[in-house]
Design a binder for this molecule. Structure first.
Ligand code: BG6
Length: 510
């Protein structure tokens, strides 16, 4: 398909966004899964695309005894499996590997941090550091404290305008509002808030970033983007796989903490926020947090009527392979009550959206793998076409596909040629087909932004705090004495518990 872009009309925002500064990137948890699957493949692709400054160094920090060569070889193997661009370009890998070293150390051994500080002070090291915490969440605060004690924190230290030491923190950020607040306090005692970069990898996805551009770089959507024209908004992040080997973590988290608190809430914010005054990080984050603050404090009964929770039972995945009962997955309690599916109907009580149902849905072991936002506009009055379609015309639906098959579809009604009938059609834009552009992985963008000091795509502490308010109230309702939300069983590979129709109506409750 030919490109539909008018290149003469494109404007390049990349210069402003991507100016990574050279730094020593210290990866805590350097032998773990995240490092092997995401972080190092992202660094390799940044190197391959000439985005990583040549002075960048990578230091892997972990407990296992490894030589530099063993560390690099293991990462090369993972990169050749997990980089989204294949085959690997040896020169790019070699150039990156030459700047990688390993530091054996226990996360709770002060001497290991002293060795790290010494290495960072070496003559071949850049003056800046990015500490990437790819470790288990209970250790985020511990590592921040040790870094600070070794003189590597930034709270109360002025490094000046040209140098930095930043802390990148993975999810989950706490397990409820209270623990997230305690973690924020610890991190802020060690690093200045401007140096703390909380990751939600959904924000690094191109199609998620595009939500802002779609809404605010076009004049056709914004006038319709309100309760005057929108009937309902659905945000689905559904996955076809079960929890596999992640039972140890997942059984203590569940779908609400694992997905709603972060990824779905972020999609909600970007869909519902007001236009920011500028593209400056604080301007955007300010508008996002206002959306969360406009979610009412629902009582227990109302939350029970507005939510569904489910757990998968044995079935066949979309690849034809069997998926066991959730309770039979490794490291899951045999009587587990953890939810693997959540649907939630909330409102945003502000002038733009009051009364519009926002239906969030996420689950594992379902019949599809997709993340989409579906905006259903109000039905047109059908009187004119009553003879064609009874008394109901199909509403216009704008579907924004985050993944896979990234793109947008707008459904509309048109006449069938030669017949007095209407048919549903759609205008569609498929990112990869229509533009053929390079699609960076979320982690590439996020690491480049952290090196550039651009915090737009990272979470501010008040955002995580408000997101926990929602999830805490949900958990409290589910497990309150008069609550006890039923845990619906659904067959793996099926469509999951059905959403009550009444949710789709304005002001609708279960
Ligand atoms: C993670 C969750 O944050 O996001 C996982 O912990 C989930 O449970 C994953 O599978 C989904 O991310 P993506 O990018 O594959 O949609």
């Amino acid at each position: 398909m030919p490109s539909i872009r008018d290149e003469s009309a494109s404007c390049d925002l990349s210069e402003a966004a991507l100016s990574p500064a050279p730094a020593a990137i210290v990866i805590f948890g350097a032998t773990g899964d995240l490092t092997h699957r995401k972080i190092v493949p992202a660094l390799y692709n940044l190197e391959r695309n000439g985005i990583l400054p040549p002075e960048t160094k990578v230091i892997g920090f972990a407990r296992r005894p490894l030589s530099d060569a063993e560390f690099r070889d293991g990462l090369r193997e993972s990169c050749s499996k997990f980089s989204h661009i294949q085959p690997m370009v040896s020169e790019a890998w070699d150039a990156l590997a030459a700047r990688m070293s390993y530091l054996e150390g226990d996360l709770e051994d002060p001497m290991a941090y002293a060795r790290l500080a010494l290495r960072l002070a070496g003559p071949d090291m850049p003056p800046n550091a990015l500490f990437y915490l790819a470790i288990s969440p209970e250790q985020f605060g511990v590592v921040a404290r040790y870094l600070d004690s070794a003189g590597l924190g930034t709270a109360g230290h002025d490094l000046g305008e040209t140098r930095f030491r930043r802390l990148v923190v993975e999810k989950p950020f706490g397990r409820d509002r209270e623990s997230a607040r305690a973690l924020t306090k610890t991190l802020q005692e060690c690093f200045a808030e401007r140096d703390i970069f909380r990751i939600d990898h959904y924000l690094g996805k191109e199609t998620v970033q595009n939500l802002l551009y779609l809404r605010f770089a076009n004049s056709i959507f914004e006038p319709l983007w309100s309760r005057n024209h929108i009937e309902s908004v659905e945000i689905d992040v559904v996955e076809s796989g079960g929890i596999g080997t992640r039972g140890g973590y997942y059984d203590h988290a569940g779908a609400a903490r694992d997905m709603i608190q972060n990824h779905l809430v972020q999609l909600l914010c970007l869909t519902a926020m007001e236009p920011p005054a500028t593209l400056a990080p604080e301007s955007i984050r300010e508008e996002k947090v206002k959306v969360l603050k406009a979610i009412p404090d629902y009582g227990v009964r109302e939350l029970l009527a507005r939510s569904l929770r489910g757990q998968y039972a044995a079935g066949k995945g979309i690849d034809g392979k069997s998926i066991p009962d959730y309770r039979g997955e490794p490291k899951v309690a045999p009587d587990s009550k953890t939810e693997t599916f959540v649907a939630l109907n909330i409102e945003i009580e502000n002038w733009r959206f009051a009364g519009v149902p926002f239906i969030l849905r996420t689950g594992k072991a379902l019949d599809r793998q997709e993340s989409v936002i579906r905006i259903t506009f109000k039905r047109p009055p059908a009187t004119l076409f009553a003879g064609f379609c009874g008394d109901r015309l199909a509403p216009n639906v704008l579907t924004i596909r985050i993944q896979p098959d990234e793109g947008m579809f707008l459904g509309f009604n048109a006449k069938v040629p030669g017949a007095a009938r209407l048919t549903a059609n759609d205008l569609h834009f498929a990112y990869r087909e229509d533009t053929g552009d390079y699609f960076p992985e979320a982690y590439e963008r996020l690491i480049a932004d952290a090196l550039s000091g651009d915090s737009t795509l990272f979470l501010r502490s008040d955002e995580t705090d408000e997101a926990w308010r929602l999830v805490d109230s949900l958990e409290a309702a589910w497990f309150s004495a008069d609550g006890q939300a039923p845990l619906l069983s659904y067959e793996a590979g099926g469509s999951g518990p059905p959403i009550p129709r009444v949710w789709f109506r304005q002001g609708g409750r279960g």
